[in-house]
Design a protein around this ligand. Structure first.
Ligand SMILES: NC(=O)c1ccc[n+]([C@@H]2O[C@H](COP(=O)([O-])OP(=O)(O)OC[C@H]3O[C@@H](n4cnc5c(N)ncnc54)[C@H](OP(=O)(O)O)[C@@H]3O)[C@@H](O)[C@H]2O)c1
Length: 391
């Protein structure tokens, strides 16, 4: 029985993880869970899964859940905690064998890092952790001798394909991108893009932040950085290919010219199951209808139309604080776009300005990462206020 801690249980990845646990009750159980502010769902999940600890993002959310648990007679069985210290307790629970890291954004960083430091095997969906502090996290995982197992479908595909050869035989990795909802929209129309249009992803159902990041291609930029850090590769060996069907999740090219690709349904339960079972595979009903496969299209990404991808390559080349700023500015800009304070083209413009103003230096601790992150957020908010005041 593998005992799981879930960071971000109320989100899209968290719910898919619980769905897997539900499907394989003899293999997996839930030890602890962390959520943000969705009190109703966190309570329902706690009632169903009976974690030993449940953490909520704020004191207010935690006390609301506590009230509900008390009324349901579960108040003494489930400890309710809060904030980032609460997420850390969830991630480092002594009974947890495996931690699913699926809090969105830098809010999940400390808990993920502490899980790695506590010697847990971590399944990583939260790519922002690696964008902001990848070198620190991977170094700690190496020290602990524990694998970091990617749940992000592209990196999960690469992880699978890499098992087809030796590490020094890998020439390059190819990350595939659906291209998002604006693949065929002329750049001249980007200023008119609405929140509703941007949230309408063609192939995946995901949380709001990653869906907007997919529309700007910043998500693919983050994935380039994630690949560099997870697989210890220079950006020149990580290429992006637009593949609108999202059937091939990514490919590894070996020195002899062989390409190994991973194909499967567009369902995050599969990479979650792979990570939870690694190095084994178990039978599932997540079948891909190969007999219905007719075509696979590919085209190069347009870095002029989608500057976020170019910004990500530049930031990872510069390293350290630049990628922290890239993520922080994106987090703030996406939130502002979702609120209607800025337009779609203001997202890359904000990020570019903040990354340019952030001095390149290598942070040596998570605390330093969080300071750089906070400064970049302040810069992003200032710029957004300025842009907003001109509208
Ligand atoms: N969804 C996908 O298919 C997918 C694929 C690849 C990678 N990822 C990555 O996986 C991560 C999660 O994505 P998602 O789509 O599942 O996002 P999501 O649906 O927005 O869920 C985010 C989760 O984080 C929780 N959360 C937010 N702020 C928090 C805080 N301060 N403390 C504790 N919990 C907090 C949310 O709680 P509440 O809802 O309770 O507020 C929710 O459980 C992201 O890093 C994303 O890039 C997702």
């Amino acid at each position: 029985m593998k005992r799981i801690a879930i960071l971000g249980s109320t989100g899209s990845i968290g719910k898919s993880t619980l769905n897997i646990v539900e499907s394989f009750p003899d293999r997996f159980s839930v030890v602890s869970m962390a959520a943000g502010n969705n009190v109703e769902l966190a309570f329902e999940q706690a009632r169903r899964w009976r974690p030993q600890i449940l953490s909520m993002a704020t004191a207010d959310a935690a006390s609301q859940v506590q009230d509900k648990l008390n009324k349901a007679g579960l108040g003494s069985a489930i400890e309710t905690v809060q904030g980032s210290a609460g997420s850390v307790r969830v991630a480092t629970h002594p009974d947890a064998d495996f931690v699913v890291s699926a809090i969105v954004g830098v809010a999940g960083l400390e808990a993920t890092y502490e899980a790695v430091k506590a010697g847990k095997t971590v399944g990583l969906a939260n790519k922002e952790c690696l964008v902001a502090a990848g070198d620190l996290i991977t170094a700690e995982a190496r020290r602990q001798g524990k694998p970091l197992l990617p749940i992000d479908s592209e990196h999960n595909a690469i992880h699978q394909a890499m098992r087809g050869g030796r590490r020094n035989e890998v020439q390059r990795v190819w990350l595939t991108a659906s291209g998002g909802p604006f693949l065929h929209t002329p750049a001249s129309e980007f200023a008119k893009i609405t929140v509703e249009q941007a949230l309408n992803h063609p192939t995946w159902k995901m949380g709001k932040r990653i869906t907007i990041d997919s529309a700007t291609l910043m998500n693919k930029g983050f994935e380039v950085i994630e690949a560099c850090r997870l697989f210890d590769m220079p950006p020149s060996q990580v290429s992006v290919l637009v593949h609108p069907q999202s059937t091939i999740h990514s490919m590894v090219e070996f020195v002899d010219g062989s390409l190994l690709a991973q194909l499967s349904v567009t369902d995050m339960r599969l990479p979650i199951l792979y990570a939870l079972c690694y190095p084994d595979r178990i039978e599932s009903d997540l079948r891909f209808p190969v007999e219905e496969l007719r075509r696979l299209d590919f085209l190069p990404p347009d870095l002029e139309k989608f500057p976020c991808l170019r910004l990500a390559y530049q930031a990872v080349e510069a390293g350290g604080a630049k990628t922290i700023a890239l993520n922080a500015a994106d987090e703030v800009a996406v939130a502002a776009f979702l609120e209607g304070s800025i337009g779609f083209p203001d997202i890359p413009a904000t990020i570019e300005a903040v990354v340019r103003e952030t001095p390149a230096r290598i942070p040596e601790s998570i605390e330093e990462v969080l300071v750089v992150d906070e400064n970049a957020r302040l810069r992003a908010r200032d710029r957004i206020q300025y842009v907003g005041s001109r509208v």
